[in-house]
Design a binder for this molecule. Sequence first.
Ligand SMILES: CC(C)(COP(=O)(O)OP(=O)(O)OC[C@H]1O[C@@H](n2cnc3c(N)ncnc32)[C@H](O)[C@@H]1OP(=O)(O)O)[C@@H](O)C(=O)NCCC(=O)NCCS
Length: 234
Amino acid sequence: MAFGPIMRFAVERDDEALTIELAPLTKEAMAEFIDAKHGGGMQRFTVGRYMGRSGAPVLEDEHEWYERVRQEKDSLIWGIWVITDEGRLLIGNSAIVDIGQEGHSGFIRQATTGSMIFNKEYWGKGIASAAHKARTWFAFQHLGLHRLKSAVIQANGGSRKALERSGYQLVYTERNEQYSGGQLEHMDCLECLNPLDLFWSQWWHGDRPSRATQAARRRTKEAMAWAEQFVELL
Ligand SMILES: CC(C)(COP(=O)(O)OP(=O)(O)OC[C@H]1O[C@@H](n2cnc3c(N)ncnc32)[C@H](O)[C@@H]1OP(=O)(O)O)[C@@H](O)C(=O)NCCC(=O)NCCS
């Protein structure tokens, strides 16, 4: 079981209101990932460039990926769907992977997150920011994870901004992680810590978090408060 349960919320910007669902992918909808109607999606260089991709997947690749992740035991993956009166349109995905696999104490539970909106018509509408808040809330409130990790190529300012809104913060930078557009790009490795007292005290157990970390905790709390109020977990 690799897919996460349905979470529904609204995203509003510039007089436009969208109903978004994070919900399981379907095999039939995997064609959307590369659909020419939506500009080719993952086949566009500008969609995959900061995810270390330089090739273009075809439908068989998408179906193979779907079958592989569907069987993963340590992942929760959601499609990002736009819901309208006419139906549902898949525009991206969001994931928590390697759940519980990192950290050797056996006590602290961590995971890695990632996200992508392959349909560029939907970029810049606040969808990733809201989806990250919902995912963060689910990971901390419902899965009881201590820490989420993510990594962002520095030039990917939109991704970084959306993650920071849920309280992700820089841990360290991997230099020269990727070569793209004629230059070497560095990658920022981020973390988001569970701000709830039980998990926070287990993570810090007497050590003193920095001011930046305390500020990040406040952002995560705000993101979770938003989700508590506005995300419908069906
Ligand atoms: C990264 C991605 C998920 C962002 O999704 P999104 O829904 O467009 O993000 P949001 O609209 O919630 O927020 C992005 C914010 O960053 C801003 N932004 C965009 N490009 C930026 C840049 N280069 N530098 C700084 N900020 C930038 C946007 O204006 C927006 O801010 P605003 O809400 O104040 O206007 C989407 O662009 C995407 O899927 N890209 C391709 C795949 C990818 O890179 N995935 C992430 C890998 S780490």
